[in-house]
Design a protein around this ligand. Structure first.
Ligand SMILES: Nc1ncnc2c1ncn2[C@@H]1O[C@H](COP(=O)(O)OP(=O)(O)O)[C@@H](O)[C@H]1O
Ligand SMILES: O=P(O)(O)OC[C@H](O)CO
Length: 497
């Protein structure tokens, strides 16, 4: 038998899954990743904890599956994107905690870059907008704020990487410093047309090129995991940012196919084929995960706080003890009773791009209960996603593409049936959940398996995709429009502060 090991390093947890050659998960191990919030708006992770947790889960998953490392065809890595790490090339020691994608500390620098008129260049070269979300300003902040870092970076002593590069470096014992196009395209430093780092943007942000990893196709040979880590040397042949990996794992290979992943955040991606399509509606353009060949693109909308609002109810408010409990609590009332929760805890991402927006809870009466708030929290995930789909549909229509006929869904919060039904009701199209919910890890396994001959082409992968459940829309369009109007009113309040 042939097996693949997928390492999925997400914002909330590290997990590893062993898949067989039919794309079936055999065993999975998961460890929650501690979050640290040293100052308001700051979010950090400990790089060592990321690596140790990932390695532990990999070992556990292999042991549970009863699969030896020598039986693995390859390893695929997928990861929370944009999160910036810098480490010393000689010692492998991180010079600072990882600055997480949700971190807002670089907003003043972003404001300066916007004032300096950099936005058009960023849009044209990278497909992105200027926002603290992306890695570039996080690297600039580190070089600026950590004493001695700039000089060491200029001397070539330091390496920058997103989480994939960090794991690759660790797995290969410091032998390989590389990333893939899908991760590179989230840094705000990568020319997505030429598939190379952009010298002009690097100069404008004062980032020494010596820091940067080599960029490869997502499905290609990156290096070999050291034998002492898993018990045998294993080739690493797939790397992709988690959202592009999920698009791949959902077999969205054709233009017009879209998926939404409900994890810590929510990420909706629509494949646009070989066409770089700029959004006129607040979305970004990004590279998909792919084998070598003509560049492929997707339109993406990113919501910063989705499943994280459930974690906030659990850990912050202690309203529930497990994330899954939110479904029963929210279902105990017929609707949110006019309550709107806008979880702009780290500003608002697409399609609003309001870094200064803050969370608001509006529409409460004396009769409001925790159940209404829980329902409003769940609905906030659906409303934010509906705003993305609306933007995407407008972009697709402008490009002469057909409207989206269904939305494929995955991620930790997609197990919530109440949320998925609400999503279908709001969108007015079927919401389709696949049999393998771990689409992100599956995408990484597919990329690794394509490079090693486990699968020979994308069509073979598409034939493995199977639906588990379809949520059909039950609302009239007027009702959906009314609910979205209520949401947009609440967003305006969140933006006003
Ligand atoms: N039943 C549920 N209903 C709603 N949200 C859930 C449920 N179970 C988990 N979640 C949320 O899903 C998120 C975890 O999803 P996951 O895909 O593992 O995230 P990530 O990849 O960002 O680490 C958490 O934010 C958690 O609160
Ligand atoms: O950790 P996730 O799965 O919520 O994904 C994080 C994204 O990659 C951030 O862009």
């Amino acid at each position: 038998m042939t097996y693949l090991l997928a390492l999925d390093q997400g914002t909330s947890s590290s997990r590893s899954i062993v898949f067989d050659a039919d794309g079936r998960p055999l065993a999975q191990a998961q460890l929650e990743l501690p979050q640290s919030y040293p100052q308001p708006g700051w979010v950090e992770h400990d790089p060592i904890e990321i690596w140790r947790g990932q390695l532990d889960t990999a070992r556990q998953a292999l042991a549970q599956a009863g699969v030896a490392a020598r039986e693995l065809a390859a390893i695929g890595i997928t990861n929370q994107r944009e999160t910036a790490l810098v480490w010393d090339r000689a010692t492998g020691q991180p010079v600072h905690p990882a600055i997480v994608w949700q971190d807002r500390r670089t907003e003043p620098l972003c404001a300066r870059l916007r004032e300096d008129g950099l936005e058009p260049l960023v849009r044209e070269r990278t497909g992105l907008v200027i926002d603290p979300y992306f890695s570039a300003t996080k690297i600039a902040w580190l070089l600026e704020q950590v004493p001695g870092l700039r000089a060491r970076a200029e001397r070539g002593e330091l390496a920058f990487g997103t989480v994939d590069s960090w794991l690759l470096w660790q797995l290969t014992g410091g032998a390989v410093h590389a990333t893939d196009v899908s991760n590179a395209s989230r840094t705000m430093l990568f020319d997505v047309h030429r598939s190379d780092w952009d010298a002009e943007l690097l100069a404008r942000l004062d980032i020494p090129p010596a820091l940067l990893p080599r960029v490869q196709a997502s499905s290609s040979m990156f290096g070999t995991a050291r034998a002492d880590l898993l018990g045998a040397p294993v080739p690493i042949t797939g790397i992709a940012g988690d959202q592009q990996a999920a698009l791949f794992g959902q077999a969205c290979f054709a233009p017009g196919m879209a998926k939404n992943t409900y994890g810590t955040g929510c990420f909706m991606l629509m494949h646009t084929g070989n066409r770089f399509q700029a959004s006129a509606n607040g979305l970004v353009t990004t590279r998909t995960a792919q084998a070598a060949g003509q560049a492929q693109y997707a339109l993406e909308g990113s919501v910063f706080v989705a499943g994280a609002v459930v974690q906030w109810l659990r850990d912050g408010l202690r309203a529930i003890s497990r994330s899954a409990d939110i479904e029963a609590l929210a279902a105990s009332v017929p609707d949110a009773g006019g309550v709107s929760l806008v979880p702009a805890f780290t500003g608002l991402g697409a399609p609003y791009w309001k870094p200064d927006a803050r969370g608001t809870l509006t529409g409460m009466t004396r009769g409001t209960t925790l159940a209404h708030i829980a329902r409003a929290a769940l609905e906030s995930i659906g409303c934010q996603s509906a705003a993305l789909l609306e933007a995407m549909s407008r972009d697709a229509a402008a490009a002469g593409a057909a409207p989206l006929s269904e939305l494929r869904v995955d991620g930790g919060a997609s197990v919530n049936d109440l949320l998925m039904q609400f999503q279908a009701d709001l969108l007015g199209i079927p919401v389709v959940r696949p049999q393998v919910a771990e689409t992100t890890a599956l995408g990484a396994a597919y990329l690794a398996g394509l490079a090693t001959g486990v699968w020979s082409h994308e069509g073979e992968i598409a034939s493995l995709w199977q639906r588990e459940r379809v949520f059909e829309p039950a609302w009239g369009r007027d009702r959906a429009a009314e609910r979205m109007a209520q949401w947009e009113r609440a967003v305006r309040q969140a933006v006003a502060g």
